[in-house]
Design a protein around this ligand. Structure first.
Ligand code: SF4
Length: 378
């Protein structure tokens, strides 16, 4: 089972990576209380490499776990209430939540109701997920989800991902409507259409489910102080568990929230001391993807992240827009599956440049040295 690709790894079914098992933790309601966050940081140091990934699905990953330690790590995660005892339930718990929810609000109520209804879902492909994006304005439109709760002009809507409009629902009939949509998806999916967008390419949604558009999306969240706490970014979506523990100790935050934007929020915190986390809005590093590269990955012939840091300010947020730079150690492109304005791909100690494409696409230029790139060759 370990090492299979093309499915979403979870805690019970970890993925084998070059540095050991990757054990994914799915926080409920995008929140870890202080004890959970400190406990997770300790487990990442005790059983893993001490590095934690923040994923685009707002999950956390402990890296570098030995197979022999997997079982005891699961027991420790369960002790922290970060794991479902039932592996099939854990696998279904792909629920993305807008991280700025407040206690008792619609987002919390709907999410709790959805978590309670997971056993009633049909058996769905592992990557199928749900978004509860019911703040004042949708924020999760760019994040992967197949079925979305959002706000429309008349109130709550349920929208199939890929459809421009959704089905108006009340809070009371929201979960039955979601189960109905999940069953429709299940009845219309195929081996080649395993996500909602693809299914909509081959089946028509009921007309009543396309009645109302969502409200206009809110501005992309940035690092810095927010009403509910301090948002901090993690360059390349990774941070040291020890740094998180240190920050929790210094800030006395009661909890952290996870986001799909490579950022965390420290609840009820207004400021954090300088450190490795990104705290300034507009920091170009948040727009850069880079895999670990050499010497950490055997497939790489180039260092990636040091170069990405040097190029970030000039290339990441230029006219091509945010997320414009991807530095990849090889053509596999692990750090970013979708196209970037510029992708630098390591090959034989130099870089090829792919414009508006992915790491595996044909390059526009070849044989660029790191020095060429730093001194402005592109
Ligand atoms: S893209 Fe290549 S070099 Fe980078 S982590 Fe993946 S396999 Fe390794």
């Amino acid at each position: 089972m370990i090492g299979v690709k093309g499915w979403c790894p979870g805690a019970h079914r970890p993925m084998m990576s070059g540095d050991g098992l990757v054990v994914r933790v799915r926080p409920r309601l995008a929140r870890l209380d202080r004890a959970q966050a400190l406990g997770l940081a300790a487990l990442a140091q005790r059983f893993g490499s001490g590095v934690i990934d923040l994923t685009s699905r707002a999950n956390l990953q402990i890296r570098g776990v030995a197979e022999a330690d997997h079982e005891v790590l699961l027991q420790e995660l369960a002790r922290l209430h970060l794991l479902d005892a039932d592996a099939s339930l854990e696998r279904r718990r792909n629920v993305l939540v807008t991280p700025f929810w407040q206690r008792g609000d619609l987002t919390e109520r709907l999410t709790r109701a959805l978590l309670g209804a997971l056993p009633a879902l049909p058996e769905l492909p592992a990557k199928v997920s749900f978004a509860v994006d019911t703040g004042a304005a949708p924020l999760l439109g760019g994040a992967s989800a197949d079925v979305r709760f959002e706000r429309g002009s008349s109130g709550l809507i349920l929208r199939a991902d890929g459809a421009a409009r959704g089905r108006p629902v009340t809070e009371q009939d929201a979960i039955p409507a979601l189960l109905e949509m999940a069953r429709w998806f299940d009845a219309n999916r195929s081996d080649s259409a395993r996500r909602m967008r693809a299914v909509l390419g081959q089946a028509r949604l009921p007309q009543a489910w396309q009645a109302e558009p969502p409200c206009a999306a809110g501005p992309p969240p940035e690092p810095g102080p927010h009403a509910a706490g301090m948002v901090i970014g993690a360059a390349f979506g990774q941070f040291d568990a020890a740094e998180l523990a240190r920050l929790l100790g210094e800030s006395e935050a009661p909890a952290i929230r996870v986001t799909p934007w490579r950022m965390l929020m420290l609840e009820d915190v207004a400021d954090v001391p300088a450190g490795p986390f990104i705290t300034a809005p507009g920091d170009p590093l948040l727009g850069v993807d880079a895999c670990p590269g050499a010497p950490f990955c055997a497939s790489a012939s180039v260092e990636t992240r040091p170069l990405a840091r040097k190029l970030a300010a000039r290339l990441a947020r230029d006219a091509a827009g945010p997320g414009g730079l991807h530095v990849s150690g090889c053509a596999k492109g692990c750090a970013r599956a979708r196209p970037a304005a510029r992708t630098l791909v390591g090959r034989d100690g130099r870089f090829d440049l792919v414009e508006n494409g992915c790491a595996g696409d044909p390059p526009n230029r070849t044989g660029l040295s790191p020095e060429d790139l730093v001194t402005g060759a592109i």
